[in-house]
Design a protein around this ligand. Structure first.
Ligand code: G3H
Ligand code: 13P
Ligand code: NA
Ligand code: ZN
Length: 328
């Protein structure tokens, strides 16, 4: 059944678990997410980015998600729009039938330039007024995603601030978060706590304190009824990185957010955990390996099935680690 983000995360808060929010771009991803959710009995958040809409087209994405709900009617599914760049973008998604939208007012409409606090409050509040009138949930974002190690947003394309960010922008201020939620009435808030988008988050192996856990605790204490969202939560699995590079790929050395640190975040109010890169890596690794080992094969369903299987392994592992399994 289609559910809102509020419904889904209220349950997660009540039972102290976190829900992975996987980005969806194609059929294989959708099936991987749903088969994993079905096998682990987990609730689902699928999110469509601007890049996904450009790749698959909004109607195809919408119907992929609706098809999933039809095939697995017993699983609660939140259909979420990731990183909306303006109220107009969010309005179109609401019209399309999304049950949740993200208004990312931490950046200007170009999705590159950090915006002022006043701009963020204004656009987010406008989206909340519109969305809540339609029974749709809203996620906002306060602070700029970026690595505390490098000060960089990480991703070259898509959503991420350009240039080097200063330290105060990289960690969401708890007082400002309280004021933001009071003024906008968002259901969920994405916070900056040291993560960044994409595969190149950290240059060195994690030492156990990658996330600003203290900051998460302080924010959760100030706004206990607002569900916290962690973007840039891919773990950049070293086994998939190795498979990619063994079978013809050339990705550089890089590290992500360890699953154990995400689990710590979940203990302190993180309820929605955004993951895109990990599925990209497992899909690409599985396809590279399959094609390298099956050189006579030319039926795309064979290598696409390998892609689905690779992504499904990641999805199952995250549902289990975040305490989501058995909660559908
Ligand atoms: O927020 C970034 C997500 O990873 C989506 O990226 O716009 O390339 O689909 P994308
Ligand atoms: P990753 O790039 O770490 O997977 O983050 C995805 C994300 O935050 C989508 O909004
Ligand atoms: Na989002
Ligand atoms: Zn994001």
């Amino acid at each position: 059944a289609l559910v809102t983000l509020r419904q889904l995360l209220d349950h997660a808060a009540e039972h102290t678990y976190g829900v992975p929010a996987f980005n969806v771009n194609n059929l294989e991803q959708m099936r991987a997410i749903m088969e994993a959710a079905h096998e682990t009995d987990s609730p689902v958040i699928v999110q469509a980015s601007a890049g996904a809409r450009k790749y698959a087209g909004a109607p195809f994405l919408r119907h992929l998600i609706l098809a999933a709900i039809e095939e697995w009617p017993h699983i609660p599914v939140c259909m979420h729009q990731d990183h909306g760049s303006s109220p107009a973008v969010c309005q179109r998604s609401i019209q399309l039938g999304f049950s949740s939208v993200m208004m990312d007012g931490s950046l200007k409409e170009d999705m590159k330039t950090p915006a002022t606090y006043e701009y963020n409050v204004d656009v987010t509040k406008r989206v909340v007024d519109m969305a809540h009138a339609c029974g749709v949930s809203v996620e906002g974002e306060l602070g700029c995603l970026g690595s505390l190690e490098t000060g960089m947003a990480g991703e070259e394309d898509g959503s991420g601030a350009e240039g080097k960010l200063d330290h105060s922008q990289l960690l969401t201020d708890p007082d400002e978060a309280a004021d933001f939620v009071k003024k906008t009435k968002v259901d969920a808030l994405a916070i900056a706590i040291g993560t960044s988008h994409g595969a190149y988050k950290f240059t060195r192996p994690p030492t156990g304190d990658i996330l600003a856990i203290e900051r998460i605790k302080q924010i959760h204490k100030r706004i206990p009824n607002t569900h916290l969202v962690m973007h840039g939560s891919s773990s950049v699995p070293q086994d998939w990185l190795k498979i990619i590079n063994t079978y013809g790929g050339d990705m550089g050395e890089t590290y992500g957010v360890p699953v154990e640190e995400i689990v710590q975040g979940i203990k302190h109010g993180v309820r929605k955990v955004n993951i895109d890169t990990d599925l990209r890596m497992s899909s690409t690794g599985a396809v590279r390996k399959f094609l390298a080992e099956n050189k006579k094969e030319f039926d795309p369903r064979k290598w696409l099935a390998a892609s689905t299987k690779g992504m499904k392994e990641i999805c199952k592992a995250r549902y289990e680690a975040f305490g989501c399994s058995g909660q559908a």
